[in-house]
Every structure is written in C-alpha cells, then in structure tokens.
Design a protein around this ligand. Sequence first.
Ligand code: ZN
Ligand code: ZN
Ligand code: ZN
Length: 343
Amino acid sequence: MQYNELRKDYLLDRWVVIAKERSRRPIDLAKPRPEPIKNTVCPLCVGNENMTPPAIMLYQKENSQIKREQDPLSGERPKNWLVRCIPNLYPAFTPPQQPQDIEKILKSEDFGYAVGHHEVLVESPNHDEDPADAELPQLELVIKAYIDRFKELSTKSYIKYVSIFRNFGLEAGASLSHAHSQIIASPILPANIKEEQQASKNYRQKHGKCIYCDIIEREQKGPRLIFDNNDFVVFTPYASINPMEYWILPKKHAPNIKDLTDDEISSLALTLKTSLKALKVLVNDPPYNYGIHQAIEGESYHWHMEVYPKLAIWAGFEKSTGIYINTVMPEVAAEGLRKVIYT
Ligand SMILES: [Zn+2]
Ligand SMILES: [Zn+2]
Ligand SMILES: [Zn+2]
C-alpha cells in the first residue's frame, strides 16, 4: 500500500491529504446537471430593471463606444445596458448612513458595524450568458466592470478589502440563475488574504523576490500546468483543497487588477473562458465559485484568481480540523483539463 500525500499550501499554514490510494479521475466527479430553476420572473433580465434598486453603474453602447453611466435620479431605468451593477437587495454590508459613522465602524477589537458595500454585477443582458461560452467582448466588459468597481470602492477610507467573486450553480450558492458576479467591500481584511499578504512579505524579505513570481516559474515547467499565454499562467495548485481547483496568475507582477491594460483584459477574458470551458466539458458543467485575491495597498502582493469547483462535500474531519482531503491529485486534474484544451 502506498501512503497518501500530505501537502502544505504555498503560503498558508494549511494542510491537505492528497488521496492516492482512493484517487479518482475527474470524470468520476461528473454529476447530472440539475434542472434549471424556472424563475417566474427574473429581476436581472432586461425589462425588469424596476425590480432592483437603481444601478450604481451601467455600461451602455453609444456610437460603437462604451459609455459608463448610472441609472438617472429621475427614477427612469434605461434598458439598453450591456453590464449593470446594482446594490444587493439583501446586503451583508451597507454603506455608512452619515459621515461620522465612518469613524466608529470598528467599535472594539471584537465588535463593529458591517459597514461597506455589497453589489451585484449583472454580466450580460442575456440571462444564460455563461463565461465558458460567452462572446469575448462581453466578458471583457465584465472584467472592465470589476476594475471600475475595484477602483471606486478601494479608495473609500473605511474599506480594507474588495472581494470580487462569482457563484455558479445553485449548489455553489447562486440563488439567481441570471449570469452575475458579486462585489463585497468590507472594513476588515479577511484572514486568509492577510495570511497570504504577510507570507508574501516575509518571503520577499528572506529571498528578495515575490513568492507568486517564483510559483509561476516553477508551475510553468511542471506537471500541474494547464496552459499559459503571454500574460497568464493557469495551473492546479500543489496543495489544492478542492478537487479540480485551479488558479490564474498574471505573469506581470501587480498587487491588484487596477492597472490591467486593454490587451491584458482581452487576454484575461480568453484565459478565463478557455479554462472554465475545459472544466465545463470535463466534469459536466459543475457548480463552482471563483474569487480574485488582491491588495488595495502596497506592491509586494501579487493578485490572482482562484477557481473552486464544488465537487466534494466537506464533512466532520474537514470542518473540525481545517485539514482537507482531496480525492483528485492536482497533477491528474491538470492533465484532464489540458487534454480537453489541446484535443
Ligand atoms: Zn435573467
Ligand atoms: Zn509577483
Ligand atoms: Zn490566494
């Protein structure tokens, strides 16, 4: 009998058991897709703009240019939008009601008000737009909208982190089936990001370079590489805790998405589409979450995207210990995704 492997994350103090003995093939995880929920009326569809709060940001097409607008104060809701960003109807974090509240957000070391922003980014007028099959210009607009919202929210004095994420499929927490992402700007820095940022800083002090730049160099030549292009590298991380988990790292070192060029935005759209399409084909369109990890300040962190397919159930051991068991070796996951892309 061979031992299972214990692997530790590149940066986090987190271990995973990579099951070799009971290792599964990606195809074994494919489940039948659940019946799409038949929303009686979709509040995010064109024509139903009045079912949501006024948009904070709209992209509209005007003479082949994209114009950035807001819903007008008159109460009118334009219908000719391409991307629409609205406040979440049930926000986890709400904007400060008066300026003096900003001073008192964190009341003590263990109590504060959940002041911040919680937005829904409607990615397309097309209800079923799936990034795995989307038209690239539309996906580029989504990334541009991520950047616009990050730029605006990250400059607010009370905001410590801007989380941009996507839930796909009911099992991954998407209660609305219309293509959308979410943005939560919070007055606290999440513990995992803090740990990644601190570990990056420590590595830089010790080795004089960025740990993520080093990871790119290593993974680009290794068995976990899915694919790479001029701007991005896509791979399954060494100590993945989710079966089929993969990361997208920009080759250009930058702490956040703020300064992506138009070319890099196009490249990211293609990278995202190619990788999500491979996942969709290989494991029968599984539910997933993805999130962008980035820093508002400082130069030492290296932004990236982490994609977590939802293919495992974490039970007693994972929940009570924070040690995970992954039944698909990251090397096997990468090989499966590579095959879909290159054949
Ligand atoms: Zn819809
Ligand atoms: Zn770097
Ligand atoms: Zn990360």
